[in-house]
Design a protein around this ligand. Structure first.
Ligand code: ADP
Ligand code: MG
Length: 438
């Protein structure tokens, strides 16, 4: 059965098409503006301003809606779904209030049914929007499209209840089921389009950020390489002479001062090494070596730092585990991570290090019961120059991540504020093929 067969066919269908097209334009306009000027208007975007703009779009949809069966047929819920999912509950509530206000202003028939429909749709969307969090672009888009079916379902239920309770007869030319189906499809399409544009925009911004990061790394790499060579040699000379001076029998105070100078020189050297790792993105000296031995060496190296705080290392290793990669680079990466665990730990606590085999991967866990991190802090860890320490450089984890990833491995942090952190590093056990790929 055709959707509409109206006597004054040309006029009615023309009106319907005009209103629908206007509705599509209304819901798309804010998104198109955002796509075109997103970077420039980013600062003005807040849940409040988004709620206002999208709320206005919903109101306009309602004002230009098509009236049939004493109900308004329009795309008012498209901005509501988009806003609630992408800008959060505050923006969603503002959008909801706009729809409620406009519906009250327009008054018309079935006002109470309108209120119920609007509220149910909003609550349904709000509840389901939780399942779109932390999803990849495509997955989120699929879920948003599924959510957009909610308003149509509620509309169907409300329309059936309304026609039943009020004994409203559908006009001969109007089939309510076909109408709901048609509007449902339109609503879904109307939601998919702006959601797709938003996802496209998000992808573009993260690509832009990635390019900027790569540029930053490239510049840093160049500067680091030239700086490191210039500074390293005089540093080594100073270090040697200080050690010679220390060999003489000076009084205790002078020896303490010399020790501080040597410690600081060592710190400067490790910073230079971290910078150098950025200028040497490729692994060069491949060799087969025992990971257990490497970790023991690192622990010995870190003992002066850990014993100062009374921190004990507890190791759980099962047998020798040989891997084939760049030993020097891996040592640097693991030193940075283990050192962070020591630095985060409170006095007289334990840092656990365990090694185990997981299929073709070797899994290294570094567990501390130190200060831990919030979710936001975990997200920022590994970002170049991110540090919360007074004397920190924010290089250690970035270098570790870069090295582990170059080794086709993986590094992951789990943490709880105040309770401690677990760093899980997995590396391919059989890494001969790495030599060919790098
Ligand atoms: P830096 O050590 O110079 O601050 P890093 O890149 O090594 O730089 O670490 C960045 C930040 O990540 C640290 O300042 C710290 O806040 C956090 N962090 C790293 N490891 C841990 C850990 N095991 N526990 C708590 N916070 C950590
Ligand atoms: Mg560090």
């Amino acid at each position: 059965m055709p959707f509409f067969t109206i006597p004054n066919k040309g006029f009615e269908q023309g009106m319907l098409l005009e209103k629908l097209l206007l509705n599509v334009l209304i819901v798309l306009s804010p998104i198109l503006v955002y796509t075109a000027f997103g970077d420039r208007i980013k600062k003005a975007l807040s849940p409040f301003s988004i709620g206002l703009v999208q709320g206005a779009a919903s109101s306009l949809c309602l004002i230009f809606s098509y009236e049939a069966l004493n109900l308004y047929w329009d795309l008012r819920y498209v901005p509501l779904v988009i806003t609630t999912v992408y800008a959060g509950p505050v923006a969603g509530v503002i959008n909801y209030l706009f729809i409620l206000g406009t519906r009250t202003y327009l008054n018309g028939n079935a006002l109470h049914f309108g209120y119920i429909s609007i509220t149910l749709t909003f609550l349904g969307t709000l509840y389901l929007s939780r399942f779109t969090k932390n999803r990849s672009g495509r997955d989120r888009l699929r879920r948003v499209v599924l959510i957009s079916v909610v308003p149509s379902l509620i509309m169907l239920i409300i329309m059936l209840s309304y026609t039943l309770i009020n004994d409203v007869k559908s006009p001969a030319h109007f089939n309510p089921f076909v109408a709901v189906l048609f509007f449902g499809a339109l609503e879904t399409l109307g939601t998919w389009l702006p959601a797709m544009l938003l996802e496209f925009n998000n992808e573009r911004s993260s690509m832009k950020e990635e390019i900027l990061r790569a540029e930053k790394l490239k510049t840093l790499g160049g500067v680091a390489a030239s700086m490191a060579h210039e500074i390293r040699n005089p540093l080594t000379a100073v270090q040697g002479f200080l050690q010679l001076i220390r060999a003489n029998n000076y009084d205790r105070k002078t020896r303490d001062y010399l020790q501080i100078a040597l410690d600081e020189l060592e710190r400067a050297e490790s910073v230079i090494n971290d910078y150098l790792s950025f200028s040497k993105p490729k692994l060069t000296h491949f060799e087969s070596f025992c990971l257990v031995e490497l970790i023991r060496n690192i622990i010995t190296m870190l003992t002066p730092v850990s014993s100062c705080k009374g921190i004990e290392f507890q190791c759980r290793f099962k047998g020798p585990l040989y891997i084939y990669t760049d030993r020097g680079q891996l040592q640097q990466a693991l030193t940075n991570v283990i050192k962070n665990a020591v630095e985060a730990s409170s006095e007289n606590s334990v840092v656990q290090i365990s090694l185990s085999l997981q299929g073709s991967q070797v899994e290294l866990k570094i567990i501390d019961s130190g200060k831990g991190m919030t979710k936001e802090e975990i997200q920022r860890i590994g970002t170049l120059f991110y540090t919360t320490k007074e004397k920190g450089t924010g290089l250690g984890t970035s270098v570790a991540v870069r090295i582990i990833e170059a080794m086709k491995g993986n590094i992951l942090y789990e943490s709880e504020k105040g309770k401690g952190t677990v760093c899980i590093i997995s590396l391919p056990l059989e890494a001969e093929q790495l030599a060919n790929t790098n």
